[in-house]
Design a protein around this ligand. Structure first.
Ligand SMILES: O=C(O)CCC(=O)C(=O)O
Ligand SMILES: [Fe+2]
Length: 151
């Protein structure tokens, strides 16, 4: 692909940033999570973790196991979102991940969600008609997660 094929997606992109605080877990119950298993909705997530505060785990489906992501100072974790998986027909997957605050004490993290231009469609299939826009995709995901339709 030419880099220009990404222009519509990367012009006036929406990015939202979360400042997360995970309190120490109050029980040793294995069902207690900081964040339950999920995939990120958008294009890609750039995550800054508090150094040495491990807790993020990614699901390695091939081996049916959860892998711990190291929390290294000045290192960002880059995570593909559902849009990239959809747009590349699964060539890149939006990895299932979760957070269990096992490091002891409070844990802080700063994920930045890159969503792209709200009106953009699949940059890899520019000729497809009737393609869902970024905005339509995000609305559908948020509706399904949080019941925004009042259902
Ligand atoms: O806190 C983390 O390390 C990850 C947070 C996360 O996955 C999310 O907010 O979507
Ligand atoms: Fe996430």
């Amino acid at each position: 692909y030419e880099t220009e094929s990404l222009t519509a997606l990367t012009t006036d992109p929406v990015m939202n940033l979360k400042l997360l605080h995970y309190p120490p877990h109050t029980s040793t119950d294995e069902r207690q999570f900081g964040a339950g298993a999920h995939t990120d909705f958008g294009v890609m997530t750039i995550l800054l973790q508090q150094p040495d505060k491990q807790g993020l785990q990614v699901f390695h489906a091939a081996n049916d196991e959860w892998l711990s992501v190291p929390a290294v100072e000045d290192v960002f974790v880059v995570n593909m979102g559902d849009l990239i998986q959809k747009w590349t027909d699964g060539r890149y997957s939006s990895t299932v991940h979760r957070v269990i605050n096992i490091a002891g004490g409070d844990r802080y993290s700063v994920p930045c969600f890159y969503q792209g231009n709200m009106g953009a469609t699949n940059p890899f299939k520019p000729d497809e008609v009737g393609e869902e826009t970024v905005e339509m995709h995000l609305r559908r995901k948020f509706d399904a997660s949080y019941g925004l339709n009042g259902k």
